[in-house]
Design a protein around this ligand. Sequence first.
Ligand SMILES: CC(C)CCC[C@@H](C)[C@H]1CC[C@H]2[C@@H]3CC=C4C[C@@H](O)CC[C@]4(C)[C@H]3CC[C@]12C
Length: 288
Amino acid sequence: MLSLLKADKMLPAVVKLCCGISYPHLRSMAGLQRRAVAVIGQELTHLQRLGQVQSPVETPAVWSYNEPKKEVTKPEPGNEDQLFYVQRGREAMRKALGILEINEGWQVEMKEKNGDVISSMVIPGAGKVFRLEAILEASVDELYDLLFVRVEEMHLWNPSIQQVKVLKHVGPETIVTHEVSAETAGNLIGQRDFLSLRHSCKRKSEVYLGGTAIELESFPPQAGCVRAEDGPTCIVIKALDRDTTKSSFTWLLNIDVKGWLPKSIVNQALPRAQLEFTRHLRRRLSLR
Ligand SMILES: CC(C)CCC[C@@H](C)[C@H]1CC[C@H]2[C@@H]3CC=C4C[C@@H](O)CC[C@]4(C)[C@H]3CC[C@]12C
């Protein structure tokens, strides 16, 4: 009977269906079996990339937020890309902040003993986004330094990250980065790499770190890694009233992990990755 069906198109759908049905069992799986499921997912993604499998059509995001236009830094002569990057970075930040400004409709996903809360919301076209809210024992400046200025050192204190490389400095506030997640990040989800535009905005008592996925012809998806898309995303860090050694940390995570994975697995892995990230960040801060 299988010969009657278009095997290349059926296979991913069948595996996806099976993964969905067996999801409760997956949670209790042993390491090797979990790895096998992840590998199947990666294989299917490769097929998909080779054009053998059709992927569902993506609808553009519907964004409602509108911020007054800011003055854009003049590009250096001979570097027309600069203005484009800065504008895109700001645009991504504006979109992400727009989502964070929505007050109602967030669904609480996890509440940790230490006070960290993760909530989620489904945004038409963008899918499920996650918002982590935490209080960190660090000043705004320290966090800006760790998360933006020294972004390439992040793998040293965060084992979920294999590498962060700054490919291009577009002025002091904007960078183009390539990030590779560690094999273990997100458990069932295999290794991912991201090509992002990261834009920062630093004030005296607050910092905004925005980002969005970009494509570069000179940097196509790497063999063995699935190119995921991060953003529009934003981290908002604000000094707590009077107490400048503590900051509030709000992080909008908006990742399209790509590949054929059941939504239920992705939607569990992402908030977990967010909690993990914050746990490592706290540990790094305690080492000062
Ligand atoms: C579940 C799987 C697919 C992914 C897990 C790893 C995720 C959580 C990792 C991989 C790369 C990481 C990003 C790498 C670089 C930056 C820029 C920095 O200024 C803020 C944090 C931020 C934005 C990281 C957030 C966490 C991140 C997105």
